[in-house]
Design a protein around this ligand. Structure first.
Ligand SMILES: [Zn+2]
Length: 548
């Protein structure tokens, strides 16, 4: 009883570790190779320098080798063809060669038997297997390749000279079956233990350890269809060492996801429309995936797994009171997800608009990665009728005092994010002039909407109320400087808007605008006259192709 409990604990441990490492392609699979096996150049060199290989090279100088790093014998050795003279059949000749020329590698000759010879137009291929006290050694293979006229060109010695264990099992076949089928959810049938025990060499920590094993087979069903598992169970400890489905599916079961929601795509007086939620995080089995530019994702993960969809993703993490709206559910084959009932319209709209402005910004600064992170997007911040940027987050006040949440107004979100662009992209250390900051933040809004009126829809009582507009009452320097940052910012933003109107092409205006992020005129409050003039100069030079 006690033993069974311990075995169960071991099994639970090994099964759960496996599932984590393999993202659940087959959650029932168990492997006995626990370490990733990689070539160790130093060890390979050390083994080449040892007597066994050096002695071989004395007789066969034009040969090369890579070693099995666990039994320390050649895994593949190859070189100039070696004549095999002694013996009648090819197998006899090969055995003679192994016995006489490879004795330094401690091959357990008495336990080696021929398994198979295959031939094609050029070569013969011989496989030998190993036994230990009459039991087959799993994964043993002594491999030889010869030319058609029996010249040896390759050999490999994946055999084991240090096996030492009892071949009497201490657990019953029934226990082996119950351990092999541990954790299987659906009913299983045809569980059998194969007649012969075997020896399993397990490579770990630079050597092999040897296990006496039962081979168990059973059939069941998994999410994709029928399954027939081959299992190796330690005949002494009961540990499930391998469980492998012998029915091979071409692809892991795919699941498709589409995420969309109703959002205020422009402003609150224009009814919501359904928009794809892009770059949105989908978390399954320890891995985060993201929806694409259509709000789609197809992933290879177990249908039936727990899945989390968050109103967060590559570029925005929406929070209300520190909490991100999320949907926890089970992954189906097809998953059409909407946040309409799981997030407020201001949360959904904010998420949507941050993705719009981030992706637009990337069209202007394609190689800039400073804003490639999920910016905290706070919604329903206490207060009303305002929004702000600060410290790498954007923040929108709650609805109230006759104001809508500005998270529902696209160009206000773009403006706040524009402050982030100023902060992360302008010059060497970000923009610090207040008026310049406000004006430049507006340009990110104006250039996306191509609408000179910013903040339309801010009022919950007057649909015509707005924040700023650039099509009338143009402000100019110096007579309109007031010292208030938004008002003074209108001078420089108005310049850029008029430049756009002059070109009648937003892309051409933005080409000049973006260059000023590199020249980066800036200065303290009160120096706007100098800064704006510097910007004009930079823009004129940017617009000039020949330096005259
Ligand atoms: Zn601002």
């Amino acid at each position: 009883m006690k033993k069974t409990t311990i075995i169960c604990l071991i099994l639970m441990l090994s099964v759960s570790v496996f599932a984590y490492e393999n993202h659940g392609y087959d959650k029932y699979e168990v492997r006995y190779i626990k370490e990733q096996i990689t070539a160790d150049i130093t060890l390979q060199q050390t083994l080449r320098e040892q007597n066994a290989w050096q002695n071989f090279l004395v007789n066969h100088p034009h040969w090369f080798v890579s070693f099995n790093q666990f039994n320390l014998k050649p895994h593949r050795a190859y070189g100039e063809p070696i004549d095999l003279l002694n013996g009648n059949s090819t197998a006899d000749k090969v055995m003679h060669f192994i016995t006489n020329e490879l004795s330094d590698f401690n091959i357990p000759i008495a336990d080696i038997s021929l398994l198979d010879i295959r031939e094609n137009e050029k070569y013969k291929y011989l496989d030998f297997y190993q036994t230990y006290n009459g039991l087959k050694v799993h994964d043993s293979r002594l491999y030889v390749k010869t030319t058609k006229d029996d010249k040896l060109v390759t050999f490999g010695l994946d055999v084991f000279s240090d096996i030492n264990l009892s071949i009497l099992p201490t657990i019953s076949e029934n226990d082996a079956i119950s351990n092999a089928t541990f954790g299987i959810a659906n009913a299983f049938t045809n569980a059998i233990v194969k007649t012969d025990l075997k020896i399993l060499p397990v490579p770990e920590h630079n050597k092999y350890t040897y296990r006496l094993i039962y081979e168990v087979e059973f059939e069941t069903t998994i999410s994709v269809g029928p399954a027939k598992y081959l299992c190796l169970v330690d005949a002494n400890t009961g540990e499930l060492l391998m469980r492998k489905n012998t029915i091979l599916y071409e692809t892991p079961p795919p699941a498709t996801v589409h995420v969309e929601s109703n959002v205020y795509a422009v402003q609150p007086y224009i009814p919501t429309t359904v928009k794809d939620l892009i770059n949105l995080r989908v978390h399954v089995n320890g891995t985060s995936y993201y929806t694409d530019q259509n709000g789609d994702l197809s992933l290879s993960a177990n249908v039936g797994s727990n899945v989390y969809y968050g109103l967060e993703g590559r570029w925005s993490k929406v929070e209300t009171g520190g909490t991100t709206p999320g949907i926890n559910t089970t992954l189906g084959a097809t998953n059409n997800i909407s946040f309409d009932n799981d997030a407020t319209s201001q949360e959904r709209s904010a998420y949507y608009h941050v993705n719009v402005v981030h992706d637009y910004m990337k069209t202007i600064f394609p190689t800039f990665t400073g804003l490639d992170f999920a910016m905290t997007t706070n919604v329903d911040v206490s207060g009303s009728c305002n929004a702000f940027y600060g410290g790498g987050s954007i923040n929108f006040y709650a609805e109230g005092n006759d104001c809508h949440s500005m998270a529902k107004i696209g160009d206000v979100v773009y403006h706040e994010y524009g402050h982030g662009i100023n902060d992360y992209r302008y010059g060497n250390s970000g923009m610090w002039n207040g008026a310049l900051g406000e004006g430049y933040a507006d340009i990110w809004g104006l250039s996306i909407t191509q609408n000179p009126i910013l903040g339309l829809g801010m009022s919950s009582v007057d649909p015509n109320d707005f924040v700023r507009r650039y099509d009338i009452d143009r402000k100019v320097y110096p007579q309109d400087l007031t010292g208030e940052v938004h008002a003074d910012g209108e001078i420089i933003a108005g310049c850029w808007w008029d430049t756009y109107l002059g070109f009648n092409n937003m892309g051409q205006m933005m080409d000049l605008f973006k260059d000023t992020y590199d020249s980066a005129p800036d200065g303290p409050g009160g120096t706007e006259g100098i800064i704006f003039t510097d910007i004009l100069l930079e823009a004129l030079m940017s617009d000039d192709n020949d330096g005259n």
